[in-house]
Write a protein that binds this ligand. Structure first.
Ligand code: NDP
Length: 394
């Protein structure tokens, strides 16, 4: 591409024309952006996009504990916060971007993976922009706010020939892996029922929760935020996909948190094996994040089962035996896994299709609620490509 074209691309970025850099990206810029993707043992450079609660509390600290992933970039709408965190985590000032300058990551070969940690309705746009800039993407759950956006993200990854992974941290968490392995080994016999409850009290005074009760920004409130853990868990615990869904909601519309989204959502999944899962989620409950799978011969109970730490697993009934679990930093493990996927050392456990499956199930749940618990068919042929229990070591 000529210097004139190069200049005009720069000018357009300066003017803040989103996507212009991408649309005009030269083969040379794409090659520069992709440099490092086959760099053997070199740590994979990660940029974190959105420096909110999860990024500051878990991901930036987690990146100090990774073996194969390294923090090399930050993207934020708050320059002072970004500058402070850049100093704290040794990110060079040239690799700190705003949402307006984001597309310039195309010229930053130190960034190989972009980790999207934004409100749900921003996942699709920032994922697609990163993919078009030649970067691999790790995107937080839920993948997006709509099925259409999720499909567009998958298509963009295919078009760019880049990896798109959804950040389902429980796939890399020892309690969940031990539960999956117990079930796969026949330890509880044929699974019959699954119970999941992923609930908490949303706190309006916390800005991090304010967008979670906006329909536009969250998609579906507690269901998108917490319920997705239960949807995903039922599927990975049984290692099969629901063929039918029924769901109900219970929401106090006088509660100012629930002007736009449902509060309590409860659903049933029917699986081809005959197993039935009961799931629930709420923003006005102290339910916690637990699950149980009962089989013909025994059961696994993890309550809590999906916290950042302190999960507790028991096998058997009625007086279950507590299983010794050595805790790890599941966020660091997940980012290392992504790094290994990029380097071709590990299989992709949660590709975009895995996030899309949950988005389609969320959609089916909402359809059932709208039809007063009507049965919605969900047998659209999805099959997970890689079972976390078969490949993830912790
Ligand atoms: P926060 O609200 O704490 O952080 C989101 C950040 O996004 C903000 O701090 C801000 O960063 C940036 N942002 C840009 N535009 C907006 C906007 N219009 N409104 C609000 N924030 C904006 O959310 P969380 O960190 O808790 O969650 C982020 C994502 O991570 C969500 O998708 C959530 O579902 C997921 N998540 C996953 C968890 C897990 O365990 N896997 C746990 C918690 C969250 P800045 O100021 O730097 O621009």
């Amino acid at each position: 591409m000529s210097e004139i074209n190069d200049m005009s691309r720069r000018d357009l970025i300066e003017l803040g024309v989103a996507g212009a850099a991408v649309a005009m990206a030269s083969p040379a810029a794409m090659a520069q952006s992709r440099a490092g993707s086959s760099d053997g043992d070199k740590p994979v450079g990660f940029a974190i996009v959105g420096l909110g609660k999860l990024s500051q509390g878990q991901l930036l600290p987690g990146l100090t504990r990774t073996k194969n992933a390294k923090l090399t970039g930050l993207v934020s709408g708050d320059p002072a916060k970004a500058a402070r965190l850049a100093v704290q985590y040794n990110v060079p000032a040239k690799s700190v971007y705003s949402y307006e300058t984001y597309d310039r990551i195309i010229r930053d070969p130190a960034i190989e993976v972009v980790y999207i940690v934004l409100p749900n309705n921003m996942h699709a746009e920032y994922t697609i922009r990163a993919l078009k800039a030649g970067k691999h993407v790790l995107c937080e759950k839920p993948m997006a706010t709509t099925v259409a956006d999720s499909e567009a993200m998958i298509a963009a990854a295919k078009a760019a020939d880049r990896k798109l992974m959804i950040a389902y941290r429980c796939h890399y968490e020892p309690t969940n892996l031990a539960a999956m392995r117990r079930i796969r080994s026949g330890g509880i016999g044929k699974p019959r029922t699954v119970w999941t409850d992923m609930s908490r009290q949303a706190n309006f005074s916390d800005p991090s929760d304010a967008w979670r009760v906006s329909k536009e920004m969250s998609g579906t409130g507690a269901l998108a935020d917490m319920g997705v853990y239960g949807i995903n868990a039922a599927r990975y615990l049984l290692n099969e996909e629901p063929i039918e869904v029924r769901a109900w909601a219970s929401t106090d519309r006088s509660d100012p948190r629930f002007k736009e989204v449902e509060d309590l959502v409860s659903w049933q999944f029917r699986f081809p094996s005959g197993a039935i899962a009961n799931g629930s989620t709420a923003f006005n409950s102290n339910g916690g994040m637990g699950f149980q799978v009962a089989g013909e011969k025994g059961r696994v109970v993890a309550d809590p089962g999906c916290l950042y730490g302190g999960n507790r697993l028991t096998f058997g009934a009625p007086n279950g035996k507590t299983v010794e679990i050595t805790e790890i930093d599941q966020f660091a493990r997940e980012m290392d896994w992504m790094a290994d996927v990029v380097r071709g050392r590990a299989p992709m456990v949660a590709p975009g299709e895995e996030g899309l499956q949950d988005m389609r199930l969320i959609d089916a749940i909402m359809q059932s609620i709208a039809r007063d618990g009507a049965t919605i068919k969900t047998d659209w042929g999805y099959k997970r490509a890689v079972d976390p229990a078969a490949v993830v070591d912790v």
